[in-house]
Design a protein around this ligand. Sequence first.
Ligand SMILES: [Zn+2]
Length: 146
Amino acid sequence: MKKHPDEHIMQSLIELQRTEHSIIAAVIDPDHNIVAIGKTRVLEDHDPTAHAEVIAIRKACQLLKKHTLPKGYWIYSTFEPCPLCSAAIIWSELDGVVYSNNPTYRGNEQNWSFISCAEVLQSGAYIHEVVLEKDFLIDEIKDYFI
Ligand SMILES: [Zn+2]
């Protein structure tokens, strides 16, 4: 079994963020293949829940025709998942989450991650336990919002 966090996966998502100008998330299968990619579409879709992580999870579940993801699936995000996405990570029963950038590097913008991903995952651990890898390759992307 391959190990997380995977530098190759996060590098490719960071590159995609820079070309797509959006936070990027991807659901990863146990062999480290990208199953589904999401980019934030809140403004385009007039949908306050259209966050990259939610979209990636939705696509992966639809692809597999399951409401929870099989064992060994992880999600990668170029930004710390907000409370909405962190809850979706629990509901979809992902094994783990790897994120890169965090709200500390969001310049003057309000910190909308009012409850950290770590806090949500910890509070929800009795429902489903999720492994967390924070700030992975953050030096590659922390300049993005500044
Ligand atoms: Zn979110």
